[in-house]
Design a protein around this ligand. Sequence first.
Ligand code: 4AD
Ligand code: MG
Length: 430
Amino acid sequence: MKTTIKEAKQYLNQEVTIGAWLTNKRSSGKIAFLQLRDGTGFMQGVVAKAEVAEEIFKLAKELTQESSIYITGVISEDDRSDIGYEMQVKSIAVISEAHDYPITPKDHGTEFLMDHRHLWLRSKKQHAVMKIRNEIIRATYEFFNDNGFTKIDPPILTASAPEGTSELFHTKYFDEDAFLSQSGQLYMEAAAMAHGRVFSFGPTFRAEKSKTRRHLIEFWMIEPEMAFCEHAQSLEVQEQYVTHVIQSVLTNCKLELNVLERDTSKLEKVTTPFPRITYDDAVVFLKEQGFDDIEWGEDFGSPHETAIANHYDLPVFITNYPTKIKPFYMQPNPENENTVLCADLIAPEGYGEIIGGSERINDLDLLEQRINEYGLDAESYSYYLDLRRYGSVPHSGFGLGLERTVAWLSGVDHVRETAPFPRLLNRLYP
Ligand code: 4AD
Ligand code: MG
């Protein structure tokens, strides 16, 4: 019977064959322990000299790291294994022998591992991070499908800038200038006027010269947009969505969280509602905490966000930022016209901003005024203004950065390990 490591538990005490790679091995004169992986999981194969043909034992002892094999044996229970079972090997057939695999069980520096990202993905921890990423994506589709959202795909090649012009990737579009999408939001607003509740999930590009553990040049963003939705209601959707994702990862990625040695106690505590603090109160709080550098009207940096998040030890919404440090499309706060109806969701444990969201301006005149004030070309936003010309409604939306969320839930401290092939300031390879 041909099976996989993950499915092998259904074949306890039966003989199966699995296509696998050898990740590591340990052997003595009488026994060889083969560490196997097959994409679905990791498992030990035990080769006892007394139980197998002589040439099989010899082969097991000589097998090189990352050689590919078909391995046949009986699945047996094993309490010491994190999956609960192993294989008592009977035979091995080599598919392809590997020599001098660059990533050995010893420690390698990060740059070396990043240069070998195409191989590093095979390692147990990197495999676990990608599984958690996949679970977040799965839970995202589940949440939005279950809550009446339609998935709409905005374009990647665009003519205008939603989030300010300084971070755009420029490219030629035949004879025209084009930019890689830095957010699908403006198109999602159009989609919300057609479908009510919509979400997108796609790549996003920011030509930011930031070299921090939270910044990628290319990242994936989930962008829901809701018609007839005020900002307060959007915050409720956000906290329900994030809580659903956490619960899904805690339930379905136990093995992976264990491999990553993630302390899940803080994740387990997360429930709705999340704490909310206004930008104004956050400035006062930061000053009390001894941050003398922050003045009202300035954006918060990582240390500020971390200090606020540490205070709550939960994801926290910082609401109503000053208008002038936010993009042109945000609805003014009726209680203080110098601020807007927006929120950033800050993850605990120092993982930083994972969501940016807001209510959008729905008044045509005000939106035109803002486009002028921000020095944007009104003509390229004509389609966006149409949404205010023809049946404008209050609407809100947000964007969640996938990689930062993966980093937080997996407990890895740099986003470069949360994308399969991260695009970083000085890295386009592999
Ligand atoms: O706060 P941002 O820039 O918001 C928007 O783009 C809005 N148009 C979203 C919307 O309302 N539809 O980005 C949203 C999120 C951030 O909170 C962060 O999680 C992630 O995207 N993000 C990045 N992730 C990795 N690397 C970068 N350089 C990122 N920039 C933003
Ligand atoms: Mg933001």
